[in-house]
Design a protein around this ligand. Structure first.
Ligand code: NAD
Length: 363
């Protein structure tokens, strides 16, 4: 089966391969480089190390799985590893793992010898539809998530959807939250596909997953090509995220998976748009709510409270939104949906509306 190929039209352009078996293209992607090294995590290495094929013999660093590796200490270890592996300016770093591995590896690749090439091989749904695309790299600081990073586009991205079979249900669901965001942003025909094929999506049918991931990749590729540095239209990708970051922060990082928080953030963005009378497609909220339910995601803040056991008090969520790094001049700005495929950027939502949106959620 030939994987789907999508071009990200930046200078230079690069290809994203999506589908079962996409990793078979790794040797070809690495061929122009005299030396390469692999950054992965211990879980991915033990489950899928063999899928690296001939690149298995390359120097390899396996991180401890999880967000805790994505800090300045982790960055130091990766940079030392690249030097000890003898990588030079013309060498390649291959990342093989979830968003933690691509964020940390991308940052290390952008810094080592002032920048070497990186190819991402994302292994989680979240990384295949989002984190490994678009060139944003980061580590967390004590003060907050993703506060230190660079833009460093990969040379290629190989999203092998067959690797998603081993993801835990929680990790898979988390990726689906970002998938629904892409569908709302207008990934072509994705919303209808998810509504029609929700059962096959949940059972991780390889053919449907290839279509789903490819639709998300096409959307992100288009958005990033229009605004590489996040100075304008790329901000649409933050739909639901100001709410989601507040939920993650108030729950305590790690308690609510990111994409699950995004799913609830989408509902809160829809409610806010309704309350502000800015939602043109008035049936959209009910459609999204129903789709989230069918995909096994919480349909409301109330449902998330019940499922997670976190109180997520309205006042704490509102306070946390004041800290969001997308703030300008102290008040949070939101991306709000208008209809399927259309959003309003930089909307200042008054606190009274936020409180109403957060309160009118029932499980
Ligand atoms: N750069 C960006 O544009 C961007 C966008 C979104 C998210 N992110 C970042 O991505 C990170 C989250 O990514 P994530 O959810 O992939 O987290 P992750 O990398 O921590 O992976 C989640 C877990 O899944 C395991 N795993 C990975 N692949 C697996 C597989 N195929 N089978 C079984 N288990 C597997 C990992 O070992 C880990 O325990 C966050 O740090 C976030 O900030 C970055």
């Amino acid at each position: 089966v030939t994987p789907t190929e999508i071009e990200v039209r930046l200078a230079p352009p690069y290809r994203v391969r999506v589908g079962p078996g996409a990793l078979a293209g790794l040797a070809e992607a690495a061929a122009p480089f005299a030396r390469c090294a692999v950054l992965t995590d211990a879980t991915v290495e033990s489950l899928h190390g063999a899928a690296l094929g001939e690149l298995r013999g390359a120097p390899r660093l396996a991180l401890d799985p999880g967000e805790a590796s994505k800090d300045l200490n982790g960055l130091g270890s990766v940079l030392d590893f690249l030097a000890e592996a003898g990588l030079e300016r013309g060498s390649l770093l291959i990342t093989f793992g979830g968003g933690v591995v691509s964020d940390l590896g991308g940052l290390a690749a952008s810094l080592y010898m002032r920048g070497i090439a990186v190819v991402h091989c994302p292994t989680t749904l979240l990384a295949q539809v989002d984190a490994a695309l678009g060139g944003k790299t980061a580590v967390n600081l004590r003060a907050g998530k993703n506060l230190a990073g660079t833009f460093h586009q990969p040379r290629a991205v190989l999203a092998d959807t067959s690797l998603l079979a081993t993801l835990s249900d929680d990790e898979f669901r988390s990726g689906l939250g970002e998938v629904v965001k892409s569908a709302l942003l207008g990934a072509q025909d994705l919303f209808a596909l998810l509504e029609r094929e929700h059962a096959r999506v949940r059972s991780r049918d390889a053919q449907v997953l290839e279509q789903v991931v490819a639709a998300c990749v096409r959307l992100k590729a288009e958005v990033v090509a229009g605004d590489e540095r996040d100075e304008g239209s790329r901000r649409a990708l933050n739909l639901g995220h100001t709410f989601a970051h507040a939920i993650e922060r108030v729950a305590g990082y790690g308690r609510v998976p990111h994409g699950v928080a995004v799913a609830v953030g989408l509902m809160l963005a829809l409610r806010s748009a309704e309350l502000l009378d800015r939602l043109e497609d008035t049936g959209l909220t009910a459609r999204v709510e129903s789709l989230l339910g069918r995909l096994g995601l919480p349909r409301s803040l109330g449902a998330l409270r019940a499922a997670s056991g976190c109180a997520l008090a309205a006042e704490e969520l509102i306070a946390a939104m004041q800290h969001d790094k997308k703030n300008r001049g102290g008040s949070p700005l939101f991306v709000l949906p208008r209809s399927l495929g259309r959003t309003a950027l930089d909307v200042a939502v008054p606190p009274a509306i936020l409180i109403a949106a957060v309160r009118c959620q029932t499980p």
